[in-house]
Design a protein. Structure first.
Lengths: 248, 256
């Protein structure tokens, strides 16, 4: 016999359908577990954000801004973000919040991105404490523009939005985690079932028989248990015929 | 229902008790579907090989516990029902089942006849079914293969062929011992019983090869325990299960 594994997709599919209850059960259990873990154990994080506008010229001066000025500014956003994450800036931020967090910690909390190719970029601070998040964000807002101006000659940055204290956490998402958990649970069960079908070496059908030997199948006797369980034939007393039994 | 199919097959590997097996002996109370499946088998055997038929054959399987003996017994009953004179021989001299199924004494039987202790006329008995006689296994001999392969066996079968239209022989699983191939040489063919969801493909392939090597004529397969191909199920009537009795030979007993 060769060692190839044959995969009958119909067999796999029907096995999955048969065990659908199991798949659903595992999905529900996994989803519930994910939900409980997310709701009970994961710390919610709050996000406070400031938005800053940058320009590559001294803000006290030009009245008319050309398009090339705009293009340059957009490129500079990335530069400014890098500067913002530097020790120079963040050390000062640490001082501003009375040293309650370290520079490294703040750097981890920062997420920044340019807003849609404009000259405005946003700095987001994530923290378990909403007030702290806002405090740090605003500290950055106060400190960063001046530092940027010091380093990049001929630029200016202005605050568009100061940070407000966030009211609701942005993570973790209970819904998302639950669905994810359910999907993972489902995937594992499906994988196991498929494996089970593939590795099953027993005869399941006349087709299996034909693959092994071309002798005809002369008869097919149904499963007796099937008869009894499904429908339940009422077998009545055989009365007089019983006396035919002989003693051992 | 178990979590993974493997557990279920392990359960099936344990031999079903004889009481439970007796429940499956054909009787007036067997379902229409079951009886029809046996009749189908009977017809296919009868018209095997364009009318030449196969009047003397044995049944075997790959392993023990696949339902070989009960199937052969029911088949014998089915043949007898159609008016044929049938002789059922239990040639499984290692683990004879027919006597236990029919609640009869196994001796005197085939082994005694082959050993020369008695005549076949003394050993062969009428069964509870018309047209059906049974030659039980007899005592378990120390040399079953030799007895079954002896010229005495061949002569016995040939003699009995004059008295009976059909001779059905219960043989041990060919995947375990070679007796089935040995006894088949005295007969016209061999039937191979396969149990749905239990017989393993590799084992079956080996058995088939073994049969081919022995030069035995493999008539075909009987699939046991099938769930039925769709469209084969006939309508049957059923009522709520209140009590049921077992087949002919056991005393009536009530369950649930």
């Amino acid at each position: 016999m060769d060692t190839t594994i044959e995969l009958d997709l119909r067999e796999v599919f029907s096995a999955l359908v048969r065990k659908l209850w199991l798949i659903v059960l595992c999905a529900v259990v996994a989803g519930a577990a994910a939900l409980m873990y997310t709701a009970g154990f994961m710390t919610p994080l709050y996000r406070a954000s400031v938005s800053i506008y940058v320009n590559n010229t001294d803000s006290e001066g030009k009245v008319v801004i050309s398009s090339s000025d705009l293009a340059t500014s957009q490129k500079l956003v990335e530069t400014y973000i890098n500067i913002l994450k530097s020790d120079t800036v963040l050390d000062k931020v640490v001082e501003a919040v009375d040293g309650e967090v370290t520079t490294k910690q703040i750097r981890k909390m920062i997420e920044s991105e340019a807003l849609g190719g404009t000259e405005v970029f946003q700095v987001q601070i994530s923290n378990a404490d909403p007030e702290m998040a806002a405090e740090i964000a605003n500290a950055i807002a106060n400190i960063a523009p001046e530092e940027i101006a010091n380093i990049v000659k001929g630029s200016s940055a202005r605050i568009v939005d100061y940070a407000k204290v966030p009211e609701e956490p942005y993570s973790p998402s209970i819904a998302k985690n639950t669905v994810l958990g359910a999907c993972v649970g489902m995937l594992i069960v499906v994988l196991v079932i498929v494996l089970q079908v593939v590795l099953d070496v027993r005869i399941k059908s006349e087709a299996d028989l034909r693959k092994i030997c071309d002798a005809p199948v002369l008869g097919s006797i149904p499963d007796y248990d099937l008869d009894y369980k499904k429908g339940g034939y009422m077998l009545e007393s055989t009365s007089a015929d019983d006396t035919n039994g002989k003693a051992v | 229902m178990s979590l993974f199919g493997f557990n279920k097959s392990q359960k099936q590997a344990q031999t079903v008790s004889y009481a439970a097996q007796r429940r499956n002996i054909l009787s007036q109370n067997s379902s229409f579907y079951v009886r029809e499946s046996y009749k189908s088998l009977r017809t296919n055997i009868r018209f095997f090989q364009a009318g030449e038929g196969c009047r003397r054959f044995c049944i075997t399987s790959s392993m023990a516990g696949e339902g070989k003996s009960i199937t052969l017994l029911n088949l014998a009953i089915t043949f007898a029902e159609s008016g044929q004179r049938v002789l059922l021989i239990d040639a499984d001299l290692r683990r004879p089942s027919q006597a236990r199924l029919l609640i009869e004494r196994a001796t005197p039987g085939l082994s005694n006849v082959l050993a020369g202790h008695c005549d076949e006329d003394e050993a062969i008995r009428k069964s509870a079914y018309p047209n059906l006689d049974v030659l039980f296994s007899g005592e378990i001999p120390p040399n079953p293969s030799e007895l079954l392969g002896s010229p005495r066996m061949k002569k016995l079968i040939d003699r009995l062929s004059e008295q009976y239209d059909y001779i059905l022989v219960d043989a041990p699983p060919v995947g375990v011992v070679t007796d089935a191939c040995v006894v088949a040489r005295a007969l016209d063919g061999m039937l191979f019983l396969v149990r749905h969801n239990k017989t393993e493909k590799e084992t079956l392939a080996r058995c088939v090869q073994q049969i081919k090597n022995a030069g035995v004529r493999l008539m075909g397969f009987v699939m046991n325990g099938s769930e039925g191909e769709s469209g084969n199920k006939y309508k049957y009537s059923y009522r709520k299960k209140n009590k049921y009795n077992y087949g002919f030979v056991s005393r009536p007993s009530k369950e649930k």
